[in-house]
Design a protein around this ligand. Structure first.
Ligand SMILES: Nc1ncnc2c1ncn2[C@@H]1O[C@H](COP(=O)(O)OP(=O)(O)OP(=O)(O)O)[C@@H](O)[C@H]1O
Ligand SMILES: [Mg+2]
Length: 230
């Protein structure tokens, strides 16, 4: 379980996150929604430790992680897939997976398990990641994150800028992943329909503050849309 308790964070002297508290229980999907610039990415960066909290606390599985480096948080079981389908463009798909698997006892098996989730990547293994489509790169980024055997997967707009047929595939995989148990997901997502379909709980972030939260599910869509005033 991840808990953020009254977290303040930002860049330099500028505070962007003004006292956010949220909980991601085990085996559940929590969606964070909000307009461009609301602070969603900043919140996720704070959760993974790329940005230090100015005040407030973070706990993972009941232990404080506020002062832990990103690599230590990864070792505790937190994986992060940043916005924008990032990968090593000069490395092949296979090498992008191998880089993460290197040094892990079950490295090869973990690559195989990831590829089972994204079978389309198998035929792309020899191709440079920089030549993949946005959707393929997103699948690669999630596959890579899963090789670290996370119990919490943090995804920043996994369907952004991706063609609809691939969006559906990525959405299905995310939902399947969480149904197998042992993994929770903190999901930032602009597609409200998908976010609520996947999530047991949602939070709406506006100007760095949680202005509304509630149970997920398709029934919450009209509430969320009016809370976001769209
Ligand atoms: N590296 C940075 N340095 C200074 N300010 C930043 C930096 N990154 C983001 N910001 C500012 O922080 C605020 C929140 O940005 P953030 O990227 O967290 O929003 P977001 O909700 O993820 O938006 P989007 O939906 O466009 O991805 C914005 O005002 C942005 O200009
Ligand atoms: Mg963002």
């Amino acid at each position: 379980m991840l808990e953020l308790i009254d977290v303040h964070a930002g860049y330099g002297r500028t505070e962007v996150i003004h006292g956010v508290s949220l909980t991601v229980p085990d085996d559940s999907v929590v969606a964070v929604m909000g307009h461009n610039g609301a602070g969603k990415t900043t919140l996720l960066r704070t959760a993974v430790g790329l940005i230090g909290a100015k005040s407030g606390r973070l706990e993972f599985n009941g232990e404080p992680i506020t002062k832990l480096s990103p690599s230590r948080r990864v070792r505790r079981g937190i994986a992060y897939v940043p916005q924008g389908q990032q990968s090593f463009p000069q490395l092949t798909t296979a090498e992008n997976l191998q880089v993460v698997a290197d040094g892990r006892k079950r490295g090869k098996a973990l690559i195989d398990e990831s590829l089972d989730l994204f079978p389309a990547l198998r035929e792309l293994l020899p191709r440079k990641a920089g030549l993949l489509s946005g959707g393929q790169r997103q699948q690669l980024a999630i596959a890579r994150a899963l090789i670290t055997e996370p119990t919490l997967l943090i995804l920043d707009e996994p369907t952004e800028g991706i063609q609809p047929s691939v969006v559906a595939e990525i959405e299905r995989t995310i939902i399947d992943l969480t149904r197998r148990g042992g993994l929770s997901v903190l999901l930032v997502e602009q597609h409200i329909g998908f976010a609520l379909q996947a999530a047991q709980r949602y939070y709406i972030l506006q100007s760095g503050r949680v202005t509304s939260s509630g149970a997920g599910g398709a029934g919450a869509e009209s509430t969320v849309r009016s809370a976001m005033a769209i």
